[in-house]
Design a protein around this ligand. Structure first.
Ligand SMILES: Nc1ncnc2c1ncn2[C@@H]1O[C@H](COP(=O)(O)OP(=O)(O)O)[C@@H](O)[C@H]1O
Ligand SMILES: [Mg+2]
Length: 305
């Protein structure tokens, strides 16, 4: 659905915001683009949407070039921008109607009504934008982006600073769109969002894509598991005969932590437990935990500083 080839962007003044970006996104996919502030997420989205021009490379949407076939590609795309627009005297309804018309779609009040209801905005349809709260404004931007039934939806940090309820509504909305076959690309700081929604995850840092991976695969491969043993008696130090396991002792000396790779056939857990027994280390309880996408992300970005 989207094909980005050798894309670069240098802003006037010389700042290189994107450097040789190559990325393919399939129809119906939910793709999360993660990256720290200033990484180039918004620039990338704005280029695909035709709001900013790239300095080099090419972007195709459903095979159409975003520069030479701008009208076609833009009509296929809905964009929920990161920045909330400043005061406006246009009502929620009219802004949707206008946007739909702008992209050359015939009027369809039933569709607009359905979108507004799914965003709990129906009772605000005649309210002007400047009289909406921040959360409502965000909802109205989503409604506007969906007014012309786009095949691709970009959500640029949709849940930054929004309330829990809107976040939940948004997640449901994305699930609905996925069922309809809409391609969704979202950028987020909020990694739990990517963990929940995305089929695939891309990580961008300093204008370069440093990783693109199937989310489940990423979490399987980079995810480490930890086994924590709650000790019966605090230990002064890790017994020397257990040195081979690289165990960590918690600060209060009451927990031994073993990190292992859950993908390996031999995790070493069985051997560890029998050696603990032999060393007379007893424990009351144990638990395992898995690194989150957030841990993986922080690691990756730190490595690429
Ligand atoms: N219009 C602009 N002119 C000059 N530099 C810009 C402009 N927009 C963004 N930048 C710079 O480009 C880099 C990437 O910004 P942006 O794409 O907004 O990142 P992100 O969305 O990941 O936070 C940043 O260093 C930012 O300051
Ligand atoms: Mg941004």
């Amino acid at each position: 659905m989207i094909s980005i080839d050798g894309l670069g962007k240098t802003y006037a003044g010389g700042l290189v915001a994107l450097n040789n970006i190559n990325l393919e996104i399939s129809r119906g996919e939910i793709f999360a683009l993660l990256g720290p502030n200033g990484a180039g997420k918004t620039t990338l989205i704005n280029i695909v949407c035709g709001i900013v021009n790239g300095t080099s490379g090419q972007v195709l949407v459903d095979g159409y070039d975003t520069r030479s076939d701008f009208r076609v590609t833009r009509a296929m795309i809905g964009l929920v921008p990161q920045e909330l627009p400043t005061e406006s005297f246009v009502t929620v309804w009219n802004s949707m109607k206008f946007s739909r018309g702008l992209f050359g779609k015939p009027a369809n009040p039933e569709h607009l009504e359905k979108v507004l209801k799914s965003l709990s905005l129906w009772d605000r349809k005649d309210t002007i934008s400047m009289e909406l709260s921040g959360g409502m404004k965000r909802r109205s931007l989503i409604a506007k982006a969906l007014a012309h039934e786009p095949e691709v939806l970009f959500l640029d940090e949709p849940t930054a600073g929004v309330d829990v309820e809107l976040r939940q509504d948004m997640w449901n909305l994305v699930a609905d769109l996925r069922d309809k076959g809409v391609t969704v690309i979202l950028t987020t700081h909020y990694i739990e969002e990517a963990e929940r929604l995305a089929d695939r995850v891309g990580v961008i840092n300093r204008g370069e894509i440093i990783l693109v991976e199937d989310k489940d695969k990423l979490m399987r491969e980079l995810g480490k598991k930890q086994l924590s043993l709650h000790l019966h008696e605090p230990l002064a130090e890790v017994p020397s005969q257990l040195a081979g396991y690289r165990l960590e002792l918690s600060e209060d000396h009451r927990k031994l932590i073993y990190t292992y790779d859950a993908q390996q056939n031999r995790t070493g857990i069985t051997a560890l437990l029998s050696e603990l027994d032999a060393a007379n280390v007893r424990f009351n309880d144990l638990e395992t935990s898995q690194t989150s996408l957030e841990d993986i992300f922080v690691d990756l970005v730190n490595k690429n500083r």
